[in-house]
Structures are given as C-alpha cells and as structure tokens.
Design a protein around this ligand. Structure first.
Ligand SMILES: *Cc1c(COP(=O)(O)O)cnc(C)c1O
Length: 385
C-alpha cells in the first residue's frame, strides 16, 4: 500500500479496553455499514442502529440519555441551542393555519420567532397573560395546537399555574410545552405537572461555565417522540460532540452548583429587599414575586437568576449608571455560569406595566456573596448621591 493510502486506512490501532471516568468524544459524520443491505437513514439510532453522525454520535446520545433520565423523559433531543430547541417545538407542533399561545414574559427570541418566521408561514402565535391560570381555556381555539409556558418567565419572573394550564389544554386537545431553563429541567418536574414537552437551554445550568451552546427537547410519549423526531431529522439540527462532552462534564457538578447558587442568590436577594432604593424584588422564593404561592407548591428550589426594581425616585439614566458602576457583576447576556452578571432592561414590554428602565436582572455566580453585596452597595451609593 502506498503511504498515502496507509495514512487514510491505517493498520495500527491503540489497544482496546481503556476504562476511564471520562466519556469519550466520538466525532464522526459517516457511519460505516458492513454490507449494502444494512444501510439505513433513520434518526432513531437506538432502535435502528447507527446511521449518520447528524443524528448523534455515542457522545451526543449519552448526553441525550442522561438528560432524559434526569427529567424523567422517554427521549431527549439534543439540539444546537435553546433557541433551536424552541424552533424544533414550534415546527413539530404547528403548521400553516395553526394557532399557538405564548406568555407575554416568554424568552424574547421565542416571541421574535412567533412574529417573524412563524407569522410568515401562516402560524398564528398569540401572547397571553402568564398569570391567567385556568382562564386560558377561553383562549384555546379549535386550531390551537401548542401552548407555551415559561415559569418563572424571563426577566419579570411571574410563576405560572402550569397544572391548571395543562388541564385546560388537554381538555381541548392542545399540547403544552415548557421552557424549563430556569429550573435546569430539575427544580420543576414538568412531566409530573402535566406538561407534554419539556425544553431547556443546556447553555445555562447544565453547561454551567458560559462556554457552550446547546438545548434539549424532551418528550414522554411515543407519539410525540416520532413527531418531534421526524422534524428533528428534517431540520438537520446537528450538534458538536465536543460541546456535548463539555455538557456531560457540567452535569457532574449540576447538583452541587444549583444547591450553592440557590443559597447565595437568596442571600443577595434578601439583602436587596432591605434597601430603600429597591421597590420590589422579583425572586420566586419571595412573596413580592407574582406567583410565589405557586412556586412554593410546585418547585423544589430556586436558582440563580432574578430581577429587582428601583423605586421611582431613580431615573432610567441613574439605573444605567448603576450597572456601569458595578465591578464584580459583569454586563452580559445569558446566565447560569460561574460569573455574576447584571443587565438593565430599558424597553421591556409587558401589557399594562411600565417599568421605565428601572428593572435590573441579576445572575448570581460562584463568587463570595459578601463581595457581591459590597459591589451592589457601592453602585447604589454612586447613583444615590
Ligand atoms: C438562554 C435562553 C434560551 C435560549 O438558549 P440559547 O442556548 O442561548 O439559544 C431559551 N430560553 C430561556 C429561558 C433562556 O434563558
């Protein structure tokens, strides 16, 4: 054999039998078959055998299996990010002429897709009040195929009565999907509360280190598995096995990180409730958060992201200066990593409410809380002079 050929088809191989604690990263697009008759092109490789890297390598499928186990799902689809997971849910559940419902406080890019791509395809996505509860029944039409819930909702943190919404939806034949990113898929047991599709951005708590983007869509029935699976295959939502490997590493410390973050975040939020500059703390574990009673009933804990509102003695310009005066808290999007973050939401749109640029969202990281509180105290002082 010419050495060029030998480079491509090597005859030496490392000995098998290497047992380690780390999950190997299997990269690969082409999958080899023993004979032509074995060639398949099916996404469900657990059932039909490996077919193509697009549908996952053993590393991807290991992550998929572990998320499914954690969430109590039949199957989890691993996709390139939380937003891709949202798209997968919409495209699996809706078609031209479908109606869907999405809460006002949903993740911004979800609403952007609803008013953009989906509208263009003839899918009608209607916003609703996240605190509507069983009242959602009046909004469900014959063609309502999907109801989103996100609890607590992005930025304004309203906790939804998910069991009541699910009961109303199922009565009228609609499916409920949750964006369960806040709870890392675990602090709120979505399937036990009646949800049909459990979606989360692994980018946040599972990754946990601000260095990867991944999402999951988990289902609990064969029918939904086939439905979402067909869409997953057609959309070609490939993920990098390297990113999946990082997510698998993140999973190992998810429990201990969430427990620590809950404690630290409660400490910082508690301190904020005592500041005269603060009008309201929007953290689900505090009675000042809309839906707090439901959080107590349905959740097993809280995580690291919450918001607070400055009193109306402060202008939007002062609040912006507050953000710029922080030093421990960095200014940036996303959350769930080890670093504390702060952002002001100047143009947050909620019907009947005007936050006037006074709403600040914090993500608490793994820094010492005394340093974080000192940072907040200093920045409040700067704008209060
Ligand atoms: C971050 C986030 C997403 C999107 O995740 P990406 O991986 O950044 O695409 C979706 N929903 C919520 C609630 C999020 O916070």
């Amino acid at each position: 054999m010419h050495w060029h050929s030998r480079l491509v088809q090597p005859q030496t191989l490392a000995a098998p039998g290497f047992e380690s604690l780390a999950t190997p990263t299997y990269r690969g697009s082409t999958v080899l078959f023993n004979k032509q008759a074995d060639v398949v092109d099916a996404w469900d490789q657990a059932k039909g055998g490996y077919s193509y890297g697009l549908y996952g390598t053993p590393t991807t499928l290991e992550l998929s299996g572990r998320i499914a186990q954690l969430e109590g799902a039949l199957h989890s689809f691993v996709v390139p990010g939380g937003q891709a997971a949202i798209a997968l849910v919409y495209f699996a559940m809706c078609q031209a002429g479908s109606h869907a419902l999405v809460p006002h406080n949903a993740y911004g890019p979800n609403k952007e897709m609803a008013q953009g791509l989906l509208k263009g395809l003839g899918i009608d996505v209607e916003p609703y009040d996240p605190l509507i509860g069983a009242g959602i029944t009046d909004l469900i039409r014959d063609n309502t195929s999907l109801i989103w819930v996100e609890s607590p909702g992005s930025v304004t943190m309203e906790v939804q009565d998910v069991p009541a919404i699910c009961a109303a939806a199922h009565e009228k034949g609609a499916m409920v999907a949750i964006d369960n990113t806040y709870a890392a898929g675990v602090l709120f047991d979505a399937f036990a509360h009646g949800v049909d599709i459990n979606m989360q951005a692994l980018t946040k708590y599972v990754g946990g280190h601000s260095d990867l983007l991944l999402g999951t869509v988990s289902v609990n029935s064969e029918v939904l598995k086939e439905k979402v699976g067909a869409t997953f295959k057609q959309l070609g939502l490939a993920v990098s096995p390297d990113d999946c490997n990082l997510a698998l590493r993140g999973l190992q410390t998810l429990g201990i990180r969430l427990a620590h973050l809950e404690k630290s975040t409660l400490e910082v939020a508690e301190w904020l409730t005592k500041q005269s500059a603060v009008a309201q703390v929007l953290h689900p574990a505090f009675p000042s958060c809309p839906g707090h009673e439901i959080w107590k009933r349905d959740f097993t804990g809280s995580s690291s992201v919450f918001s607070f509102l400055f009193t109306d003695e402060y202008t939007a310009e002062q609040v912006e200066k507050f953000i710029d005066s922080l030093s421990m808290f960095k200014i940036g999007m996303s959350w769930g990593g080890v670093t504390s973050l702060a952002l002001v939401y100047p143009n947050i749109e909620r019907p009947g409410k005007d936050y006037a640029g006074r709403l600040v969202r914090l993500n608490i990281g793994l820094e010492q809380t005394s340093d974080l509180i000192a940072d907040l105290e200093r920045a409040i002082e700067v704008i209060s002079k």
